[in-house]
Design a protein around this ligand. Sequence first.
Ligand code: FE2
Ligand code: FE2
Length: 247
Amino acid sequence: MSTPDMQTDQTNDGAPAFAEDPRARAFAAANPVRPVPATGPVDTTPIALTPAAADLDPLWKTVVEETRARGSDIHLPISLAFAERLCRAYPEADAELVRVTVLLHDTGWAHVDESRILSEGFTGDWRKAAIRYEHEAEGCKVACRVLPGLGYAEEFIERVCEIIDGHDTRHVAYSLEDALVRDADRLWRFDQAGIALASSWFGMTPDVYTDRLAAEIIPELITEAAVQMGTADLARSNALLKTGVIR
Ligand SMILES: [Fe+2]
Ligand SMILES: [Fe+2]
């Protein structure tokens, strides 16, 4: 079941430079077994059963406008619920860092040219599209704007930005917290709401999109808990949407 470091070996767009980063090397060396085994309980029930906790509601209130771009008012709450599950499966991670970062990671989409999101961000070589880098940089600006007023320390905010910066365009994780953010960012897509939104972004029918989730996104997941959650969610979604028949 376990494989060598797929995240560093399966890169195809300049990732070797990232893989040489000392943080990437340290994380890879500390976690030679992939997907990374869970040390706590893994919950694979439907994500709607465990919505995100309410303690970050004041932070949500500061970024309501930012959530209105690119379906983030659907993506971010679902990904935060997955992030909280992942943090319970990996209790050694800094859960506050993971949760705050997931909540904010895509708020930058609200500060880029909306017409370019679909034209550049989801077509062709979309992982390298300039607008992807821009939404990461803008997301860091949002974090630096809203977090100090809520009492977060400068050092904490720097760690949030370190993960937001590159969350789409860098293929290797720099830390366990970075890995959990990446997995939470992907897991929402396996939920029916994620399939509905993301398949339309990519111009795919649900059956084609769910096939892609199984073939391309499950192998990208870094942690074993995320693999279990994504696999269980995808099976439920495929049955509900009858993707085996409507194709
Ligand atoms: Fe993103
Ligand atoms: Fe995202």
